[in-house]
Write a protein that binds this ligand. Structure first.
Ligand SMILES: [Zn+2]
Length: 321
């Protein structure tokens, strides 16, 4: 069986083609903004799938699509996404439209959910029974493996760790979702940028301030570079990031009693700088049992979204057969 994983990101759509053994047979990508029309966008995805079907004629092909936002996983509908520019991305029936053009009914799930399956298969080799995966990037997403299966909740909305609240709902900084107090508004890249700009004002002579002024558009890498140069302002940014993330993760571990937490996504690369503060928050919990043997890991795979989608497509199709 061949699995096609399609990971719709803010900038690129990434395609991953894998076999049952987990070998990557093909990768490709197109710009998410390649067309403003949802229907033309679906045509491009369908073209990729149909070409693969021809190439692997005789072999069953399974498809899964990871979409950013709120996904109805039962019906393959992207209910809501604030970032995609298509005119009709509210209640967008991705599965139905792809089925009409390819003859394959894909699984559609939240992108972080499928990334969690990617982490479970590639980083953990299915070790661990209950796993929380936190994806750290512009957004902060989460995915859950419960009893060794992907858990998507009653509506497909499980794992929205980024929008769980860690601060005051009226005075905390605004999140991209429109609410205040969300974890994402503190540790998503936009939240980190806000804290960096505050730090730059307060410490205009710092290495961090120099690097921020040098770069035209803010990039999270400058905070990493400044930390590498032992800049106290940058180190404080990462320490606070670990603290906030620790609060969010502690809440989930207390709720779910998972055995493993894995951090994934671009910002997880700064874990050497934020992990000590994160671990301190977990160690300081009064209810100790769920934290005692908790494994806290960082994913080594930068493409868990697309790979997870392809592997989940195969896993789901095999379950049905
Ligand atoms: Zn939010």
């Amino acid at each position: 069986m061949i699995g096609i994983g399609i990971d719709i990101g803010g900038t690129f759509v990434k395609f991953f083609v894998l076999n049952e053994k987990g070998d990557i047979l093909r990768t490709s990508r197109i710009e998410t903004a390649c067309t403003p029309k949802a229907e033309e966008f679906i045509d491009k995805l369908a073209l990729f799938i149909n070409n693969l079907k021809k190439e692997y004629a005789g072999q069953p092909v399974a498809v899964a699509v990871g979409a950013p936002g709120d996904v109805d996983n039962q019906n393959g509908i992207l209910r809501y996404n604030p970032n995609l520019k298509f005119a009709n991305t509210t209640d967008w029936p991705i599965a139905k439209q792809l089925y009409e053009k390819t003859g394959i009914l894909p699984r559609v799930a939240n992108d972080a959910t499928l990334a969690a399956w990617g982490v479970y298969e590639t980083d953990l080799h299915r070790q661990g029974t209950n796993v929380l995966v936190v994806t750290l990037g512009t957004g902060v997403g989460g995915g859950l493996i419960i009893n060794q299966e992907l858990y998507q909740g009653s509506n497909g909305s499980a794992g929205e760790i980024g929008h769980t609240k860690i601060a005051d709902l009226t005075t905390a900084p605004l999140c991209g979702c429109g609410a205040r107090g969300c974890l994402e508004a503190f540790v998503g890249t936009i939240g980190i940028k806000r804290r960096v700009l505050e730090a730059v004002k307060e410490h205009p002579q710092s290495e961090l301030a120099k690097l921020v002024h040098k770069t035209k558009d803010f990039k999270i890498e400058v905070v990493f570079q400044a930390a590498q140069k032992s800049c106290p302002a940058a180190l404080k940014i990462w320490e606070d990031t670990g603290y906030y993330l620790g609060i969010g993760i502690a809440n989930w571990v207390l709720t779910l009693d998972v055995d493993t937490v894995v951090l994934a996504g671009g910002v997880s690369g700064a874990s050497p700088y934020f992990m000590p503060a994160l671990i301190r928050v977990l160690e300081n919990q009064q209810i100790k049992t769920p934290f005692k043997r908790l494994k806290l890991l960082v994913s080594k795979n930068p493409n868990v979204g697309g790979i997870g989608a392809a592997l989940y497509a195969i896993h789901h199709a095999k379950k049905l057969s």
